[in-house]
Design a protein around this ligand. Structure first.
Ligand code: SF4
Length: 592
C-alpha cells in the first residue's frame, strides 16, 4: 500500500484508539498467532508467546486466543497501561521527538482491524473475541533443517540432534559457580534437553506429556473453535514446520472449499519442496479446486451447509426503460424473478433480496447476459452466503438457455492466496542453507504454481543471514526473471534480517562484503520490475550492515562460533562449506 494511504488510515484510526485509551491496540483483540504443537499463543508476533492452560481450553476452545493472561493484558490497555509484552511498540512510542510510527498504529489501521472497531469497543474488555487475523501452525514436522532453525521447530532437526547431540559452541559466563570473572565457556546449541526444560518442545515429543500427534488437545480445540470464528476471518495464515506435510493444512483448505468465504485472504509459509512429488501434486490439485470450486459434489455440500441460496431468474426485454443513460440497469425495473426454477414468482424472495447489496446484484447483469437477436436476458444463478447477517454474492452462473450447463463467472472460494516461499539464495548455496533442499525441484514447483493458479501469488522470504550476502544479486535476478515472466505483483520478495543465532547474522561480516550490497543496490534500481517497497527493504539492510560492520563492535566470539558451527555442520551432513562458498574463505579463516 502507498505510504500516503497508510498515513491517511492511521490519521483516521488514531483518535478512535485514543478515545478508549492511549495504549489501546486492536491487534491485542483481533490478531493471534497460535502454535498448536507447543500449546502457545501470542497477539501479533511481537509479544512473547505464552502457554494456553489446558484447564481453560477444556472449558472453552476460544482459550486458544482468549487466555486469562491475554484478557488481563487487554484490561491494562483499556485502562491506559502498557502491558510489558508489547515492549516492541512502547520502545518506539516512548522515543522522544521521534516520528516513527509503532506497530500498534500500523496494525490497528489495517482493514481487518479498523473494520472491527465497533465490534471490539461495543463489548466488555473480557469477552471472547473472534480474531480477524489468524496465524496457526499444526505441527513441527518439516523435511528441511535450515541452518538457523532448531529442533523444536523442525522434526528433521530434532532427528539430527538425537543422532549427533547438540553443537558445541562458546559463550560468555562463569567457569565455576563461585567465580567472579566472566570468561569464555562451553555452550550447547540446539540442545533437546535444554529445550525440554524450557517447555519449548512440541507437546507430542515432551517426555512428561508425550501424546500422539492426532490426540494433541490444542489441535482438537482448534477444530472445535474454527466454525465459530470462521466468518470473521480476513486473514488465515498457516506456517510450520512445513505445512505441505501436515494433514491439517489440507483439512483447512477443504474446509474453505466447503465453506467459501469471498473476503478471505489465505497465506501459507512453505519451502515448496516436499520430499515426494505426490505431496506437491495433492497441494496444487486442492488449490486449483479452490480457484474453480463448483461441481455437483461441492454444490451438495453447500446445500447441506444450509447457507446457500440458489436464485434463478431472468428478465425479458419487455421494459424499454431498464437501460439507463450511463449504460447501467435499474434494479426495480427487473420485471420478473423465478426462484428455483419455479415459474411462479416466489413471494419469499423479496425479503431475501432486500437483504442483498442490490448494487452488487445489479452488477451481475450486463451486456454479456443479453441475447443480441431477441434482446432477452439470460438466466442467471447466484450463490449467496450469509456473512455476519449480510448476504454476499459468491459467484454466478450464466445459462444460455434453461437447462444448459452454466458457465461459472467470477467465483472462487476465497479472495486471494499468498505463498510465502522460504528461500535465502539460489542453486547450491540455497541448498546448503535449507538442507536438503533441491533447488531444481523448487524452481519447477514455482513455475507450476504461477502457470496454473490465477489467484495465487508468491513472496520469496529470504531470511537474510551472512551466507545470503554474496548471492543477493543472483537471488534478485531469479525474482526479476519470474516477475518478467508472470507479472511484477505476482512475484515479490522480502528480506527480513536474521537476528538469532547471532553467529549467522550479517552483523559479523567484514567490510569487503558490503561491496556485494552496493552492487545489488545499483542492480535493483536499474529495473522497474521491483517495487519501491522492495528497493527500500534492500536499502534498509545495507544501512543496517554499514552500521554494524563499520561500527566499533567486537564480534570475535560470534565469529569463533561461526567457524565451530560450520565445521560441525559439514561433518554431520557430509557437506563442504568452502567448496560451496569459496568467496567466504578469507572470512572463514579469520573466524578460526
Ligand atoms: S501493542 Fe504492538 S506488540 Fe502489542 S499487540 Fe499491538 S502491535 Fe502487537
Amino acid at each position: 500500500m502507498n505510504d500516503w494511504r497508510i498515513s491517511e488510515k492511521i490519521d483516521k484510526v488514531k483518535p478512535l484508539l485514543d478515545d478508549i485509551s492511549p495504549t489501546f491496540c486492536l491487534a491485542k483483540w483481533l490478531y493471534v498467532q497460535i502454535h498448536l504443537p507447543h500449546g502457545l499463543t501470542q497477539s501479533c508476533y511481537h509479544p512473547p508467546a505464552h502457554n494456553i492452560p489446558l484447564d481453560e481450553l477444556e472449558q472453552n476452545p476460544s482459550a486458544l486466543h482468549n487466555t486469562k493472561f491475554k484478557i488481563a493484558e487487554r484490561k491494562q490497555m483499556v485502562l491506559g497501561k502498557q502491558p510489558p509484552g508489547c515492549e516492541y511498540c512502547w520502545k518506539i512510542e516512548n522515543l522522544k521527538n521521534s516520528e516513527q510510527i509503532s506497530d500498534r498504529l500500523y496494525r490497528s489501521s489495517e482493514d481487518w482491524a479498523a473494520e472491527n472497531y465497533d465490534y471490539i469497543t461495543d463489548n466488555e474488555y473480557n469477552f471472547n473475541v473472534k480474531p480477524a487475523y489468524l496465524e496457526v501452525n499444526f505441527s513441527h514436522a518439516c523435511n528441511q533443517k535450515c541452518i538457523y532453525c532448531s529442533p523444536h521447530l523442525s522434526s528433521t532437526w530434532y532427528d539430527e540432534i538425537e543422532e549427533f547431540g547438540p553443537f558445541k559452541l562458546k559463550t560468555l559466563g562463569k567457569k565455576f559457580n563461585h567465580s567472579t570473572t566472566i570468561t569464555e565457556v562451553d555452550h550447547l546449541h540446539n540442545d533437546i534437553k535444554y529445550l525440554e526444560e524450557q517447555g519449548k518442545l512440541p507437546f507430542e515429543v515432551r517426555k512428561e506429556n508425550k501424546v500422539k500427534k492426532k490426540d494433541n488437545p490444542y489441535v482438537k480445540a482448534f477444530w472445535k473453535w474454527l466454525p465459530h470464528i470462521y466468518d470473521n476471518l480476513h486473514h488465515l495464515r498457516m506456517t510450520g514446520g512445513e505445512p505441505l506435510m501436515h494433514k491439517d493444512t489440507y483439512k483447512v483448505l477443504n474446509y474453505i472449499l466447503e465453506n467459501p468465504s469471498p473476503n478471505l485472504q489465505i497465506g501459507i509459509t512453505t519451502n515448496l519442496c516436499p520430499s515426494n512429488n505426490s505431496t506437491f501434486e495433492k497441494f496444487i490439485k486442492i488449490l486449483k479446486k479452490l480457484e474453480n470450486p463448483i461441481d455437483n459434489n461441492v454444490l451438495k455440500i453447500w446445500e447441506k451447509n444450509n447457507y446457500l441460496k440458489e436464485i434463478t431468474y431472468f428478465a425479458k426485454n419487455d421494459n424499454k426503460n431498464i437501460r439507463q443513460k450511463d449504460g447501467s440497469y435499474k434494479w426495480q425495473n427487473w420485471p420478473r424473478f423465478i426462484v428455483n426454477d419455479n415459474e411462479k414468482v416466489d413471494k419469499e424472495i423479496e425479503p431475501t433480496l432486500s437483504r442483498i447489496d442490490r448494487k452488487k446484484i445489479v452488477g451481475v447483469f450486463n451486456e454479456k447476459n443479453r441475447n443480441e437477436t431477441t434482446g432477452d436476458f439470460f438466466y442467471k444463478q447466484l450463490w449467496l452466503k450469509p456473512i455476519n447477517n449480510n448476504w454476499r454474492c459468491l459467484g454466478s452462473t450464466d445459462f444460455e438457455k434453461e437447462g444448459n450447463e452454466g458457465i461459472v463467472d467470477n467465483f472462487s472460494a476465497y479472495e486471494h492466496l499468498m505463498l510465502y516461499v522460504s528461500l535465502d539464495s539460489v542453486g547450491k548455496q540455497a541448498e546448503y542453507m535449507r538442507y536438503p533442499l533441491d533447488f531444481k525441484i523448487l524452481e519447477n514447483n514455482v513455475h507450476l504454481i504461477l502457470k496454473n493458479l490465477t489467484r495465487t501469488n508468491i513472496t520469496f522470504i529470504n531470511t537474510f543471514n551472512l551466507l545470503s550476502v554474496s548471492s543477493i544479486q543472483y537471488f534478485l535476478e531469479f525474482v526479476h526473471n519470474l516477475k518478467n515472466e508472470y507479472g511484477f505483483d505476482k512475484v515479490t520478495f522480502d528480506i527480513p534480517f536474521l537476528e538469532y543465532p547471532n553467529w549467522l547474522a550479517i552483523d559479523i561480516l567484514t567490510k569487503d562484503f558490503l561491496q556485494y550490497m552496493y552492487d545489488t543496490e545499483k542492480y535493483i534500481t536499474e529495473y522497474d520490475t521491483f517495487s519501491e517497497k522492495e528497493i527500500k527493504k534492500v536499502e534498509r539492510n545495507i544501512r543496517y550492515m554499514e552500521d554494524k560492520i563499520l561500527g566499533e563492535n567486537d564480534y570475535s566470539l560470534q565469529r569463533k562460533n561461526f567457524a565451530l558451527y560450520i565445521d560441525q555442520l559439514d561433518k554431520r551432513r557430509n557437506t563442504n562449506f568452502l567448496k560451496i562458498f569459496p568467496e567466504y574463505t578469507e572470512f572463514y579463516n579469520l573466524c578460526n
